[in-house]
Design a protein around this ligand. Structure first.
Ligand code: MN
Length: 276
């Protein structure tokens, strides 16, 4: 039975190499041929355009393209940090770009998938900025600037917001409950999965007709661990993903599948390793 995997808010950045290795390990070891991988936004801590030639961009392209070649269906939503992700990147990664609201069948139930920033309507300033960032003319103007100029702008924005090193949820406003209910009703679903807020949890919402809906908030990624969510067709379950410490006995692990995958991941991600 093919599985569906849900992750978001990896915030991949060159100064967090451990998270990049964890991402490579996850993509290599967990989804199997025939599975679907949903990345619900903020794959990157920032994305300056699909022509980005930095090593991180190359690593992510290669990792996802390899997964696509293994027969994994990769579907990606834009986040508030990587809203400039476009068709060219998707082609390079062998992935599909999903709209901001995407309906999917999850564990037998129609489910709405979102990044989550659209739900944070109490943050009026952000919603205003979001409309500007998502304006095609604004994006065209940004993308025609040279790469190094875009890189400098991105670094400047990150420095000012103090978010280059901090991913605290205190910096991000939580969702507005009425907005959540509005989206649930508009899409006629009783389940919503999103990320963005860095407040992983499962919430219940009561709809005006008295029925109940579930909202699963995906966690942000850490240096050495993350919880992915997996739909095996019958139920949606958390799956703990840990980084193997360099030099650790990988034979100890029991929850990863595929010895050959694991071995290739370990040799790819650990340059210091000489034993294998
Ligand atoms: Mn976000």
């Amino acid at each position: 039975m093919p599985k569906q995997w849900f992750i978001s808010d990896l915030h991949l950045a060159s100064e967090r190499p451990a998270t990049i290795r964890l991402f490579e390990r996850f993509v290599c070891d967990y989804p199997q041929t025939g599975d679907r991988l949903f990345i619900l936004g903020d794959l990157f801590d920032y994305w300056i355009g699909d022509d980005d030639d930095a090593p991180l961009a190359a690593t992510v392209r290669a990792t996802l393209a390899e997964a696509a070649r293994r027969g994994i269906d990769i579907a990606i939503q834009r986040g508030n940090r990587d809203f400039l992700m476009g068709k060219r990147l998707m082609r390079d990664c062998g992935a599909r770009l999903l709209p901001d609201c995407h309906l999917a069948q999850v564990a037998g139930q129609p489910t709405l998938l979102m990044h989550g920033d659209l739900l944070c309507t109490d943050d009026v300033d952000y919603q205003k900025a979001r409309r500007r960032f998502r304006n095609p003319l604004f994006q065209w103007l940004i993308l025609r600037k040279p790469l190094d100029k875009r890189r400098r702008i991105a670094e400047e924005i990150r420095r000012k917001s103090g978010e280059a090193t901090s991913l605290k949820n205190a910096d991000i406003m939580d969702v507005n409950a009425e907005t959540v209910v509005r989206y649930l009703r508009r899409h006629k679903v009783r389940r919503l999965i999103h990320g963005h807020t860095h407040r992983p949890d499962t919430h219940q919402h009561t709809l005006p007709d008295g029925s109940h809906a579930t909202r699963l908030v995906l966690p942000e990624w850490h240096e050495d661990h993350v919880t992915a969510w997996c739909d095996d067709g019958a139920s949606l379950q958390p799956v703990q993903v840990d980084q193997i410490a360099p030099g650790a006995n990988i034979g100890r692990r029991s929850n990863a599948s595929g010895t050959s995958n694991r071995a290739s991941s370990a040799s790819k991600s650990s340059v210091k390793s000489t034993s294998d």
